[in-house]
Ligand binder design. Structure first.
Ligand code: ADP
Ligand code: TRP
Length: 321
């Protein structure tokens, strides 16, 4: 089964990204033929500082490799190293009804958040469709917010195949719902846009300081507390063993334990959880040429597949001799 997903290179990744997206993606590697890429063409839709674009790609690539991307097995590359995908985007654009894109909620959400309403941002579901279709992907693991784009991809593929013959493989979404939304320091969803994140690889003392600042209610130390509505407990669930979690649940319900104690233990567990990855990341940072080499080799493997699909699609629409 060909599994494909794209990751936006928008800076350092946080623990919400890890538990909500990366860990499940990395978990699919053993059993499937995974194609994961860093979506730098997509990043341009928000007009980032050019100096940041390449740096963010390398940051995200280093994070993924440190966190367990299997560089031998998984194909891992930078989207823009396979420019064939932009040509397929054009072929698909020409059969994509405006209405299909006008119904996409992510464009409206992003404009509401203050992003410039440029054509790239509006049309990016077509680029995403090309990303998926050019690699003959069967399964696309994404968060629930991206489900609509996989449906758009299927619609576009069906239209293309109806017009030109069975060229494109229809993908299925694989919605990652195994983990609840990871809360940020203020209790809202952890997100770069809210400035409430804990980055996976920020310095350990900074992780600890942030955890000590997580918002909790003002139940006094001696009184019982509700674990299910507590942000600290939600994060403990991600890193504590089942036995330890059960102990914390009892401590919450019985009263007599303060949030401060829970936070201190959470900081310890969170730091321990990422320690081996942190060490690996430090090694990679000292050898960034290796990271670049992984991406270059990935691009070569990806490009071979992309070139073949594109050649079939060009021929089908009547381009070339
Ligand atoms: P951000 O909200 O920080 O901009 P993205 O939207 O780039 O993060 O998310 C990248 C991936 O990480 C998506 O698949 C998304 O579902 C997942 N993700 C992001 N934040 C969280 C969170 N707080 N809890 C669970 N998953 C998350
Ligand atoms: N649009 C996705 C996001 O914002 C990233 C992405 C780009 C993607 N191309 C993709 C995801 C193809 C899955 C498949 O997170």
């Amino acid at each position: 089964m060909r599994v494909l997903s794209g990751i936006q290179p928008s800076g350092r990744l946080h623990i919400g990204n890890f538990f909500g997206a990366m860990r499940p993606q990395l978990g699919l590697q053993a059993e499937h033929d995974c194609f994961y890429f860093i979506a730098d063409y997509h990043a341009l839709t928000s007009n980032p500082d050019p100096a940041d674009v390449a740096q963010h790609v390398l940051d995200v690539a280093t994070d993924y490799i440190a966190l367990g991307l299997d560089v031998q097995k998984t194909v891992f590359w930078r989207q823009s190293d396979v420019p064939e995908v932009t040509e397929l985007t054009w072929l698909l654009s020409c059969i994509t009804p405006m209405g299909l894109l006008q119904r996409c909620t992510s464009y409206k959400d992003k404009v509401a958040l203050g992003l410039s309403p440029n054509h790239g941002l509006f049309a990016y579901p077509v680029l995403q469709a090309a990303d998926i279709l050019i690699y003959n992907s069967d399964l696309v693991p994404v968060g629930a917010d991206q489900k609509q784009h996989i449906e758009v991809t299927r619609d576009i593929a069906i239209r293309f195949n109806n017009n030109y013959g069975e060229i494109l493989t229809l993908p299925r979404p694989y919605i990652i719902e195994s983990v609840a939304v990871v809360p940020g320091l203020d209790g809202q969803k952890m997100s770069k846009s809210y400035g409430n994140t804990i980055e996976i690889f920020e310095p350990e003392d900074s992780i600890e300081k942030k955890i000590m600042k997580i918002v909790t209610d003002s139940t006094p130390l001696e009184e019982p507390k509700d674990p299910e509505s507590c942000n600290v407990f939600a994060l403990l669930k991600l890193v504590a063993s089942a036995d330890e979690l059960a102990e914390w649940e009892n401590k919450y319900r019985n009263g007599g334990t303060g949030y401060g104690e829970a936070k201190e233990r959470l900081a310890e567990l969170m730091i321990d959880y990422f320690k081996p990855f942190r060490q690996k990341r430090a090694e990679l940072e000292g050898n960034i040429d290796y990271v670049k080499e992984v991406l270059a080799q990935g691009a070569e493997r990806a490009r071979a597949v992309a070139a073949e699909t594109l050649a079939g699609a060009r021929k089908a629409v009547g381009l070339g001799a």
